[in-house]
Write a protein that binds this ligand. Structure first.
Ligand code: SF4
Length: 310
């Protein structure tokens, strides 16, 4: 499948069926920590990047196979999902097809856009990012499209949350030396108090980031977070569980999964080990794909990851 993947284990959402209507690295941000690599299509244009009927056809097939085993249906993936112009239609159709809660993982940069607000109001959970407490830090860490202004983004969060009936969970990605100081966290907290989210998720770049200089904050950040944020949810741990796939074609299914994010080698082996395929056979397939320049090995934080060759 091209636009639907999983179920995948998610650190915040249990088992999640992913809907990915945006081409790889099509985004209005260029986050320094992005696990998908550098943004190659840097745009703020909302359009239907893939035919709606094809996405819906795949959703119907995937729901028949895995609706019973997923906790959430999540718009996420290779780019920023709110750039899909008819996102509202996709959510309406999903709600007709399934009772599972619909989530949108977004950078939040378009939450001040009326059409995006209308679409996201239909979701059950919206998970936007808030990484900078001021304009300078926002520009440094998220490197947004010039049409996206910090104050307008924050106002969009505040306005949307006021009328949204679902859950609004803000994620803060902490990067050492950029937004992990007490001063920055106080600024973020000040904004959060105006938004009043239902939950704050703290994350750190546990997968290989777009910029090699990006580092995880020191452990001492925990006491600062406790002091400033008080109640927050630490999601700094690897996902547990296997990724699902739809055919026995290892190369096709594996390349489709790592399009969404790099995978740890152990997780690849756990996911694809079957009667005909053991760990050694999988490692040999990985070497072949690397030799063919389709994937590359990245050593990051004492783990081996494999990602698409960039
Ligand atoms: S992390 Fe998300 S918002 Fe940031 S560049 Fe990557 S896809 Fe875009």
């Amino acid at each position: 499948m091209k636009y639907v993947y999983g179920p995948v284990p998610s650190r915040r959402l249990g088992s999640s069926l992913g809907i990915d209507p945006i081409p790889l690295k099509t985004c209005n941000y260029q986050c320094v920590y992005c696990q998908l690599g550098k943004t190659t299509c840097f745009t703020n244009m909302r359009k239907n990047y893939a035919p709606k009927f094809e996405i819906l056809r795949e959703i119907e097939i995937a729901l028949k196979i895995s609706e019973n085993i997923v906790d959430y249906i999540t718009f996420v993936g290779s780019g920023e999902p709110t750039l899909y112009k008819d996102l509202k239609d996709l959510i309406i159709k999903l709600k007709e097809l399934s009772n599972k809660p619909v989530c949108i993982i977004t950078n939040g940069g378009l939450l001040n856009n009326n059409q995006v607000q209308e679409a996201l109001m239909l979701a059950d959970v919206v998970l936007p990012s808030l990484d900078g407490g001021d304009k300078e830090t926002f520009l440094k860490i998220n490197r947004p499209h010039p049409a996206i202004k910090f104050d307008e983004v924050i106002q969009g969060f505040i306005d949307f949350k006021k009328f949204f009936n679902g859950k609004f969970w803000i994620e803060i990605m902490l990067v050492k030396g950029i937004n992990d100081s007490k001063d920055q966290l106080l600024k973020i907290k000040n904004i959060i108090d105006k938004i009043e989210p239902d939950r704050i998720d703290i994350n750190v770049p546990i997968r290989p980031p777009a910029e090699k200089w990006v580092k995880i904050p020191d452990e001492k950040i925990i006491s600062v977070l406790d002091e400033i944020l008080g109640d927050y949810n630490n999601i700094n741990f690897p996902e547990i569980g296997n990724f699902a796939y739809y055919s026995s074609n290892f190369e096709k299914e594996f390349l489709s999964l790592i399009q969404r994010h790099p995978m740890r080698q152990e997780q690849i082996i756990e996911t694809f080990t079957s009667e005909g395929l053991d760990g050694d056979a999988i490692l040999s397939k990985l070497q072949t794909l690397a030799h063919q320049q389709k994937i590359e090995r990245i050593d990051y934080l004492n783990s081996t990851y494999w990602e698409l060759k960039r």
